[in-house]
Design a protein around this ligand. Structure first.
Ligand SMILES: [Zn+2]
Length: 239
């Protein structure tokens, strides 16, 4: 069976970093003499052209050889879903419509399936982003609490980052950092990432003992990893 033409693969741009989701479109060409890569900006994907009778493993080899270039180019693409009035923004995996209401006060807040943004229209995008960051920190804090109690751990601090390469991290000084974009994902995905980093406060490694600990705290390890693998790149292009 021929694999799909478009898929999201996990690409490692640096052996020290976790693999990142990379949208790929495969293309067959009778005229191509060798395997080649190009970025399709509209699609937000890397297009891999294969000559006839050249296997995908050669494309994958070229992709991992140029993973740094590919991921850097993909993450530099303009956002696909900008924060503007009328646009939808996913929060906890649920879409909210951005509604600009200059007559009201209070910055930005959720109301009946909408994200109401007050103030001048020029500042809508910034206010949405600020709201999402505050909401991310709030939700991560709420999610962290039961894990902290059950695991008997306390992070030194919880911070947000705008790194595109990692969803969460645990520093040797016990500071946890999370991508604010996790707030866009479903709650159970955010909760898994939080459980994962909290478990690192007990086991600073990815040993079998670590994974057992994670699984006592989240039943969604595999599903959440898969979800991020398939949807992570799209979340990076929101906002
Ligand atoms: Zn980890």
């Amino acid at each position: 069976m021929e694999p799909p033409d478009s898929e999201t693969i996990a690409l490692r741009r640096d052996p020290l970093l976790p693999a990142e989701p990379c949208p790929v479109r495969w293309r067959r060409s009778a005229r191509a003499r060798r395997v080649s890569l190009r970025i399709d900006a509209a699609e937000g994907a890397v297009v891999v052209t294969l000559p006839i009778r050249v296997g995908r493993k050669h494309g994958l080899a070229l992709l991992s050889e140029h993973a740094g270039w590919v991921m850097q180019r993909l993450s530099a693409l303009a956002p696909e879903r900008p924060f503007e009035p009328g646009a939808a923004v996913p929060i906890g995996g649920v879409d909210y419509k951005i509604r600009h209401d200059p007559a009201r006060r209070g910055g930005a807040f959720l109301e009946e399936g909408a994200l109401i943004v007050t103030g001048e229209v020029d500042f809508v995008a910034r206010r949405v982003r600020d709201f999402l960051k505050a909401e991310a920190l709030r939700r991560i804090g709420v999610a962290a609490k039961p894990h902290a109690e059950a695991l008997g751990v306390a992070p030194r601090a919880i911070r947000l980052k705008d790194t595109r390469s990692r969803w969460g991290s645990c520093a040797p000084d016990r500071t946890l950092a999370f991508s604010w974009r996790l707030v866009l994902a479903p709650d159970w995905v955010l909760d898994y990432v939080v459980a994962h980093e909290m478990a690192h406060l007990r086991e600073m490694n990815h040993s079998a003992r670590f994974w057992t600990l994670v699984e006592t705290r989240s039943p969604h390890r595999y599903a959440a990893t898969e979800w991020l693998r398939h949807n992570g790149a799209a979340l990076q292009r929101v906002g």
